[in-house]
Design a protein around this ligand. Sequence first.
Ligand SMILES: *[C@@H]1O[C@H](CO)[C@@H](O)[C@H](O)[C@H]1NC(C)=O
Length: 396
Amino acid sequence: MRLNVTAAVLLSAAAYYVYLPLPPGVCEPWKLMLLDALFRSFMTARDILGLKQVHLLNHVVSLVEEVPARSCSALHVTDSALAGIPTRVYRPRAGQALKRGVLYFHGGGWALGSARMRSYDLLCRKMAEDLDAVIMSVDYGLAPESVFPAPYLDALSASRSFLSADTWDRFGLDPNRLCISGDSAGGNLAAAVTQTLSSDPSLPTQPRVQALVYPVLQALDFQTSSYQQNQAVPILYRPVMARFWLQYLDADPLLEPSILNNLHSCALDPITRSKINWTVLVPAHIRKHYRPIAVDTSTGAELAPVFLDVRAAPLLADDVVLSRTPKAYILTCEFDILRDDGMMYARRLRDAGVTVTSDHYDDGFHGCMVFANLPMMSSVGRRSMEGFIRWLDQNL
Ligand SMILES: *[C@@H]1O[C@H](CO)[C@@H](O)[C@H](O)[C@H]1NC(C)=O
């Protein structure tokens, strides 16, 4: 009897912990709640632990989550390096002699994740097999040890090596069919390095396409319509994104409340402001009834220049830089605070003359494509992954 009561109490505590009111329309809400409970426990543990224990926690997670480079009958998989940056390489054994190539940057707020994680490993295997392409998944340095510009510079070095004749020869790549891609914080790195590469005429070749999956692209407006609409939607909450940004930019963590209220960006010049003006750049049916939130300018905080650095915030690039970048695929999810970052970038690229495929998932949430492999796989995860790979197949 006492055991039953204890069990009932524990069960309701667990249900209380897992349960979240979610907006109507989210794909398979219970799966998302479970995923969120896992993610929240991990983030809470990180917050409670000191720096030293965070390493221990990361180590435990990597023991559980990381998988070795396993080759199979279809794929040769190795842990290699591009310009000294650790990179896992997936090479189909059969098929075309000269292969298409994708350089991939994993997500995780510039602080978490790895090319060796099961979910990314599975994604890259599927891409390599379905596309008959060589996939190179880069392990750039992570915060807190490695902060901006170091991860961007890692990504850039790996990309330059990816576009070099040595690498084509070594891995059998077709230099005219190369893609730079990534999701979330990895989408940020992919967009940033693509801009830098496209403005460098000395390179022996250029990427043919860029493919960005729910990318994070700016740190000036934390009150876009998607930040407002989805601030309490898992798994990426508004304050968590602010913390990831502050850590990546090596800024004072105490700025969190100030940047969440846009106090840091209340005195922008009109040109910068126009680049993030979501009331113009995001379609009306996507931004809905949301309006900019007034900022008390008398309480404005000073803006650290790094917030305006286009290598950290690729949405802030000038039109002429955008116009040189290759054909783009941008995946966005309705239930994602970063939705408007992607929407604004799609619009700005299009206005600059770039061909853009904007692939929006009405029932999608942040992270869905990569968590498509977990036991609680959601249908939007599978659909978005298939859509992403189909676009690459048709455009790369
Ligand atoms: C955004 O653009 C609209 C239309 O041009 C303008 O009325 C509005 O003031 C702009 N918003 C900001 C914050 O600059």
